[in-house]
Design a protein around this ligand. Structure first.
Ligand SMILES: Cc1cc2nc3c(=O)[nH]c(=O)nc-3n(C[C@H](O)[C@H](O)[C@H](O)COP(=O)(O)OP(=O)(O)OC[C@H]3O[C@@H](n4cnc5c(N)ncnc54)[C@H](O)[C@@H]3O)c2cc1C
Ligand SMILES: NC(=O)c1ccc[n+]([C@@H]2O[C@H](COP(=O)([O-])OP(=O)(O)OC[C@H]3O[C@@H](n4cnc5c(N)ncnc54)[C@H](O)[C@@H]3O)[C@@H](O)[C@H]2O)c1
Length: 484
């Protein structure tokens, strides 16, 4: 062994969770080491949240330019998409975001950083690249996640891509088959379609993003299919490489056979936590069926060991803001161990940046069916955006919002939606849920006119009435203002 190191806290992974853990642990002790096997810069900034939203922004620009005629406004000639310029902006702006992360990593003293792949030799010892042995009193696992896809996809060679590869493109290709109708498949599939590529999206089992409410799921399927070639429950009968293309044979919804060729297959079939090659078997930590340590979601501690797990690595809620929160909690507890504290967990919120946007906040319909369904203990308030005033004004009148409330208490429990500006509506509702507001209390809040939020009020009034806590809904309510 060429190097040996002894520290109070070792953190494996310098992504969002790892960096947060480092800062929190440093508040307790100077003896912290941050280990990173890959590139600094975080998944979110390099190949995740930021480049995907940049690509979507370009796609939205195309979409808006192509859909002005409903307002009697006509742009001259076809909309021209310069793939090289699109990708250049995506990468330029992405690099700027990555640059900010790199600056913060630079600011960490060299003595606190180590490059290499870390694995456990025992619960308090790590081996990094077979070169450095680290004895650590406490360890935080913040190793993130990676894409996963069926083994059979590997035969497509370099024609099989994941999100990382897409954001390395210098130009846009002609066609892509997207596998997966989850968050990544929807966001990237729709964006590539709008950017002029021939796109077909193949799903499995009928899922559309995180939606679980059957009515909304069916609406979402319909809305997406109006624009995109998408089958959320596809039957692919064959997929093979043919020169520089991939030939895919599949059956459509009517059972008819089709064969199409694509430049690439984008695997967006889910992600798995990076906990399989880090020697967890040497720690004595209890693992669940997926091989992920069993942990306390408030302290992030694994069993009663001096080991904490944060971010995508724990496979709980693989989202950026959760990784940041969990990193802080895990790092703080690793620093203060054994005097650990429960950290604050926020109301759940998830947004898909498709168009229309999709969001799930608080408890999903599926979760409520399990916790409140048997006793009929929750009710659903609904609004369709089809006739909602502001949505119609802007030509964004598609989709619906469902809000769920508890019978008896009138507390707002959750919501699912596909519709205009769902990212903003989801925040309002998540904040109300975290405050444990009742539907009546939320209805006491101001609603401006004419805004999309008036649709939220309509859904909440419907819910209040279904909870028998308010009057029946009045169709086209006059005191609500026109088109509320
Ligand atoms: C395409 C895409 C779009 C996304 N969009 C959004 C979005 O819009 N909003 C949102 O909230 N979330 C989004 N996410 C999810 C979000 O990016 C992740 O939840 C978040 O980045 C996870 O952070 P993390 O710190 O857990 O992992 P990471 O940032 O991946 O950090 C883990 C680090 O650990 C390192 N590592 C792994 N194993 C070892 C080891 N054994 N030794 C040393 N180092 C190791 C890795 O190299 C990596 O640097 C998106 C994800 C993707 C892929
Ligand atoms: N806007 C955001 O917040 C955002 C954006 C992108 C990613 N993310 C995060 O990244 C995570 C991973 O995203 P993801 O979309 O890869 O995973 P996902 O779990 O959301 O969706 C994967 C989908 O692939 C389908 N699938 C699985 N095997 C398949 C097959 N063989 N053929 C066709 N479809 C198949 C699944 O049924 C599922 O619907 C998300 O859970 C989310 O936490 C978030």
């Amino acid at each position: 062994m060429s190097n040996e190191l002894s520290v109070d806290v070792a953190i494996i992974g310098s992504g969002t969770a790892g960096l947060g853990a480092y800062r929190a642990a440093k508040a307790h002790t100077d003896s912290v080491v941050l280990i990173e096997s890959g590139a600094y810069g975080t998944t979110c900034a390099r190949v995740g949240c930021m480049p995907s939203k940049l690509l979507i922004a370009a796609a939205e620009a195309v979409h808006h330019a192509k859909h002005t005629d409903q307002f009697g406004v006509y742009t001259q000639g076809p909309v021209e998409i310069n793939g090289q310029e699109v990708m250049a902006r995506v990468k330029r702006e992405r690099d700027r975001f990555v640059g900010f992360v790199l600056e913060s990593v630079e600011a960490i003293p060299d003595t606190d950083k180590l490059k290499g792949h870390a694995q456990f030799i025992d619960k308090q010892t790590l081996l990094v690249d077979d070169q450095t042995k680290i004895s650590a009193k406490r360890i935080v696992i913040a190793t993130g996640s990676r894409p996963t896809y069926p083994a059979s996809f590997a035969k497509l060679g370099e024609r099989l891509i994941i999100n990382d590869d897409l954001f390395a493109w210098d130009d846009l290709p002609s066609s892509v088959a997207v596998f997966g109708t989850g968050v990544i498949g929807l966001e990237l599939g729709q964006a590539l379609h709008r950017l002029g590529l021939t796109v077909r999206v193949f799903g499995l089992g009928g899922a559309i993003g995180p939606l679980t409410d059957p009515e909304l799921l069916s609406q979402a399927n319909q809305l997406m299919a109006e624009e995109l070639a998408i089958d959320a429950d596809a039957r692919v009968t064959n997929m093979e490489r043919s020169n520089d293309q991939v030939v895919i044979s599949f059956k459509d919804a009517q059972g008819h056979d089709h064969t199409e060729c694509f430049d690439y297959v984008l695997a967006a079939t889910g992600r798995r936590p990076n906990v399989d090659h880090i020697g967890l078997e040497n720690t004595g930590v209890k693992l669940n069926e997926q091989g992920v340590p069993v942990f306390d979601r408030f302290t992030l501690q694994c069993g009663d060991q001096p080991i904490f797990i944060a971010g995508d690595a724990n496979n709980d809620i693989p989202l950026l803001h959760e990784a940041a929160d969990e990193g802080r909690i895990a790092g703080d507890n690793a620093g203060r161990y054994p005097d650990i504290r429960a950290g604050q967990r926020r109301a759940s919120i998830g947004v898909v940046f498709s168009d229309p946007q999709i969001a799930v906040v608080g408890k999903s319909f599926h979760q409520l069916q399990q916790s409140h369904g048997q006793c009929g203990c929750f009710a659903t308030g609904k609004v369709s955006f089809a006739d909602q005033g502001r949505s119609r004004v802007m030509g964004l009148n598609k989709g619906s919002l469902h809000v769920y409330g508890e019978n008896g208490t009138g507390i707002l429990l959750g919501a699912e939606m596909i519709g205009p500006r769902a990212e903003h509506l989801a925040h309002l509702l998540a904040w109300a849920i975290q405050q444990r507001l009742t539907v009546a209390q939320i209805l006491e809040m101001p609603f401006y006119h004419p805004v999309i939020e008036e649709g939220v009020r309509t859904a909440l009034r419907d819910l209040n009435s279904k909870l028998h806590l308010g009057p029946a809904m009045i169709e086209h309510c006059l005191d609500c203002g026109p088109g509320a």
